[in-house]
Write a protein that binds this ligand. Structure first.
Ligand code: SAM
Length: 273
């Protein structure tokens, strides 16, 4: 295999609005030998809509390793392969990483960019900084979610969530990060019922207890420092540690280590409580 001509194309597909599909993506999918897709039924209607008749081969999390070997064989025979996922950009919380890791040094990989829910969302919500973390899908187990919330305490964090788990996850955020934590939710982006909601975690919980909560969802958990009431949350933590008889000095070390806030400032706050 030579690595001078493109052999594998990573092609983004729409995340809702069928028109969000570039002409370069369509041309590429028409000219490759095989399209690797997650679910051929899901991709078939999109491809039919654009007159793409290239053969499909399933490539999903349950056969990713085995298919990777088959694709490497096909690539060595000079075949060109495009990878798509059910929606959006492959390899972003979607299958593809195993294939890329295997072939990266061996063949030329070309990405045909397009829709991606996390980027679409980030481009339309208020933010204080360019920095963000992307956590993909959060773990379902509560104490594993807590680890994610602690890890990303100082950075705005985007994550994908399902509609039927959103309220539980928001309750966990409320418990671990406090009632004033700021949240943004993007629902059904690029679709007819697209919705963006921002507010404190309590406001968002109240809203979705009373309004339709279905469809596809992407969320932003704002960094603790920029959250309204972030200061309040730290003071609550100081009080809790004081009640457990930690010294002011220990409290300042613990909280500055965990939350990246100024150690001397915490020490002074602890002294004054
Ligand atoms: N690779 C895709 C991408 O580029 O965004 C993401 C794939 S991941 C399996 C699917 C998740 O992305 C959904 O469960 C939802 O959390 C989010 N998502 C996809 N489309 C969306 C949309 N139109 N609006 C909001 N979130 C969306």
């Amino acid at each position: 295999m030579t690595n001078d001509t493109p052999q594998v194309y990573i092609v983004a597909t729409p995340i809702g609005n069928m028109a969000d599909f570039s002409s370069r993506a369509v041309d590429t999918l028409k000219t490759v030998d095989i399209i690797a897709c997650e679910d051929s039924r899901t991709s078939a209607s999109l491809l039919k809509n654009y007159g793409i008749n290239t053969p499909l081969k399933s490539y999903h999390k349950f056969n990713e390793k085995q298919r990777t070997e088959e694709f490497i064989k096909l690539l060595s025979q000079g075949k060109k392969i495009a990878l798509i996922s059910d929606a959006g950009t492959p390899c972003i919380s979607d299958p593809g990483r195993i294939l890329i890791n295997e072939i990266f040094d061996k063949v030329k990989i070309t990405s045909i960019p397009g829709a991606c829910a996390v980027i679409t969302f980030l481009s339309m919500i208020p933010r204080n900084t360019e920095e963000f973390a992307f956590a993909g899908f959060l773990p379902r187990i509560k104490n594993q979610q807590q680890k994610v919330f602690e890890k990303f305490v100082n950075i705005d964090t985007v994550f994908y969530e399902s509609a039927n788990r959103l309220l539980d996850t928001l309750e966990n955020i409320k418990e671990f990060r406090g009632e004033n934590t700021r949240i943004a939710v993007g629902r059904e982006l690029t679709k007819v019922f697209e919705e963006i909601k921002t507010g404190t975690v309590c406001e968002i919980i109240d809203y979705y207890k009373q309004n339709i909560l279905k469809g596809e969802i992407v969320c932003m958990l704002y960094a603790q420092d920029t959250a309204e009431g972030g200061e309040f949350e730290i003071i609550e933590k100081i009080k809790k540690l004081k009640n457990l008889n930690y010294s002011d000095k220990d409290i300042s070390v613990i909280l500055s280590t965990l939350y990246g806030v100024n150690k001397n400032k915490i020490y002074k706050q602890a002294l004054n409580l």
